[in-house]
Design a protein. Structure first.
Ligand code: COA
Length: 263
């Protein structure tokens, strides 16, 4: 049940951990307790060896997350807001740096910090009626949870400027076309069922390889190519030392499905 004491719900479906922001009356906005809950429960899933992927979603059909809680913010002074912006990095950073792939299951509007939460995920899937935007400059501020840094890396600078400075909101179809999301779920399909099916290769996959691949791909945005290639070799080495790599070869030789153990 939704409650301000428990603004985020945690559910486990096999190897998938699902975090649901559960504040539908506030369009799942990111209050301070919500940020702390996402950090705490995100850490719990990252530390849980049985979990191989994390899904973040919102309760209800209207909103994934409408960003900063503007009602809470009314009572904040500038220092309070600086602390809040810091919490986006410290608490949501758990998901940003997760060694397990994190998927945003966008069940409705994703605005401001809500879209920024989706941007720090590794994959984004949306329902057809989702709307995605960064309206901050219209509120006389700028995106403060990574939006100015991540959006252009995903969709390119010109389109990022269009979304941020022209307050352009995208439909799910446009977001797919722009490469902002990976997938729109077919009409009539349950979003979470669809996402869990879609990420089966991760849930059934080799976690050490998944983590190494994520590290290598994330690194590629931060370093020159030659350094990235060196680091790719380092992360490749993580997989060479794993039992799962030997299990993959044995399964291939014996024409059976591999049973990965994450070691
Ligand atoms: N923080 C806190 N409460 C919010 C909110 C937010 N970011 N966005 C909406 N709400 C509240 C509304 O005040 C309203 O509460 P009320 O019934 O007590 O008045 C309730 O959520 C529903 O919002 P409403 O605007 O009536 O619903 P809607 O379906 O017409 O529109 C949105 C939904 C999300 C599109 C619209 O509310 C909106 O644009 N919100 C602002 C989002 C934003 O600018 N976020 C960036 C912040 S930096």
């Amino acid at each position: 049940m939704s409650s301000e004491e428990n603004p985020v719900r945690l559910e486990r479906r096999g190897a998938v951990g699902i975090l649901t922001i559960d504040r539908p009356s506030r369009v799942n906005a990111l209050s301070r307790p919500t940020l702390y809950a996402l950090g705490r429960l995100g850490r719990e899933l990252v530390d849980d060896a049985a979990i191989k992927a994390i899904v973040v979603t919102g309760a209800g059909e209207k909103a994934f997350c409408a960003g900063a809680d503007l009602k809470e913010r009314q009572g904040m002074n500038n220092d309070d807001i600086r602390v809040q912006v810091g919490l986006y990095r410290s608490e949501l950073g758990v998901l940003d740096h997760s060694p397990k792939p994190v998927v945003a299951a966008i069940n409705g509007v994703a605005l401001g910090g809500g879209l920024e939460l989706a941007l720090l995920c590794d994959l984004r899937v949306a329902v057809a009626h989702a709307k995605l935007g960064l309206p901050e400059t219209g509120l006389a501020i700028i995106p403060g949870a990574g939006g100015t840094q991540r959006l252009g890396r995903i969709i390119g600078e010109g389109r990022a400027v269009e979304m941020i400075c022209l307050n352009r909101r995208l439909s799910a179809a446009e977001a797919l076309d722009w490469g902002l999301i990976n997938r729109v779920v077919p009409e009539g399909t349950d979003l979470i069922d669809d996402v869990v099916d879609w990420i089966a290769p991760i849930a059934n996959g080799a976690p050490i390889a998944q983590a190494a691949a994520l590290k290598a791909i994330r690194t590629s945005y931060d370093v020159p190519l030659e350094r990235g290639l060196e680091l790719e070799a380092v992360y490749y080495d993580d997989t060479l030392r794993s039992q799962d790599r030997l299990e993959a070869l044995d399964a291939f030789a014996n024409k059976r499905k591999p049973n990965y153990k994450g070691v």
